[in-house]
Design a protein. Structure first.
Length: 375
């Protein structure tokens, strides 16, 4: 089935309906209600975008209803603590902007101000890079760029804080400069300025491997930030340039048979490595959006289409419960017990239907469909 045919199927609607079908009898998703966190936030954002794109009030209501359980009348956020200084806790805040535009309720603006305040005072490396978390001192992870930078860029655009758009640009450029491998063009998962961590190279501070989802986080961060940059911003062209360079590096390690990407990107064929869902989906999302907005040259269309077709052919199944996604790395990080080795990355649990995968799949489907419709 070609990408054009798959778009007419409207996989985005099927996926969103599957998410609705996983709710309890009151229309609530228990996983999302548990706490303010980055994966539930991404699923809510995907459902909100699906509602806006497909004209489905039920999808929009899903996002609003769940966000309302966290945002109190004064703008404080249930289960969030600023002093945790955790970039992961910013991601769900991206849902505040459409809610504020739609409702005009001040509590959504106040909640956004609270999250922005965390970032303004967030602990940093010597060159101003955000630590991934307070408990991970002097460490920048690619994951954190997606969690915080697009929020910061949109906040700057909505509330006329151009200095914060500058800050988002600084974060993107700094981590790319620190983590990029000049030979492959790929980005290492993390960098420890202090060189103290077990996983960090003693001379460079870099982790050892190119983890697919980490690069997916960065690719999505770049394209999502750019959407909020003024055309005249002095760093906009540079970020577009490094985004295209990054996508070029990804095309070189794309599996030619399936169109997918490996868990450890440059280790195709090595024992234990596998074609992983979330990284593959995130790359397709970033390329489709980059093509639609003109950040990428049209030559990237083939790689994007091949990737999306590969996801649907090799990783997605359907039954009476809806759409299922397989070969999702459940989670990976860098710490004392997560040493960043090849064996570590392939040892993490591989699961199906986790929100970590379903959220990006919905986002990617929406972007591919929109790009093809606008051709």
């Amino acid at each position: 089935m070609s990408t054009q045919q798959t778009a007419t199927v409207q996989w985005s609607r099927k996926i969103a309906d599957t998410v609705l079908g996983s709710c309890n009898g009151q229309g609530e998703h228990e996983y999302i209600l548990q706490r303010w966190a980055y994966v539930p936030g991404m699923l809510l954002m995907a459902m909100g975008r699906a509602g806006a794109r497909l004209g489905e009030q039920e999808y929009l209501s899903y996002t609003k209803r769940h966000m309302e359980t966290f945002i109190r009348e004064d703008g404080s956020i249930r289960s969030y603590r600023l002093e945790e200084y955790n970039l992961d806790q910013i991601n769900q805040g991206k849902n505040l902007f459409p809610l504020y535009r739609e409702t005009g309720e001040q509590r959504y603006a106040e909640a956004a101000h609270l999250l922005a305040a965390q970032l303004m005072g967030h602990p940093r490396t010597s060159e101003g890079g955000f630590w991934h978390k307070k408990v991970y001192p002097f460490q920048m992870w690619l994951d954190g760029l997606y969690m915080a930078s697009p929020f910061l860029a949109e906040y700057g655009a909505v509330f006329q804080r151009l200095d914060l758009i500058d800050e988002a640009a600084h974060q993107l450029l700094l981590v790319e400069r620190k983590t990029r491998d000049p030979r492959t063009g790929l980005l290492y998962h993390g960098w420890d300025e202090s060189r103290e961590q077990e996983w960090a190279d003693s001379s460079t501070g870099l982790s050892s491997h190119f983890w697919s989802r980490a690069m997916g986080w960065y690719a999505m961060a770049a394209v999502d930030c750019l959407e909020h940059f003024p055309v005249t911003h002095p760093k906009r062209g540079t970020i577009i340039g490094i985004f295209q360079r990054l996508c070029g590096a990804l095309v070189k390690v794309q599996d030619q048979e399936s169109g997918l990407w490996y868990q450890v990107l440059d280790q195709a064929g090595r024992k234990g490595n596998y074609l992983e869902a979330t990284g593959s989906i995130m790359f397709v999302y970033a390329m489709a959006k980059g093509l639609r907005l003109g950040y990428l040259e049209p030559s990237f269309k083939d790689a994007m289409q091949k990737g999306y077709e590969g996801i649907l052919e090799h990783l997605v199944t359907e039954d009476e419960q809806g759409v299922h996604l397989h070969q999702i790395c459940h989670g990976a990080g860098l710490s004392i017990d997560r040493n960043g080795s090849y064996d570590y990355y392939i040892s993490e649990a591989v699961v199906s239907d986790a929100p970590m995968g379903i959220g990006p799949l919905l986002l990617a489907s929406l972007e591919v469909e929109r790009y093809l419709e606008e051709q």
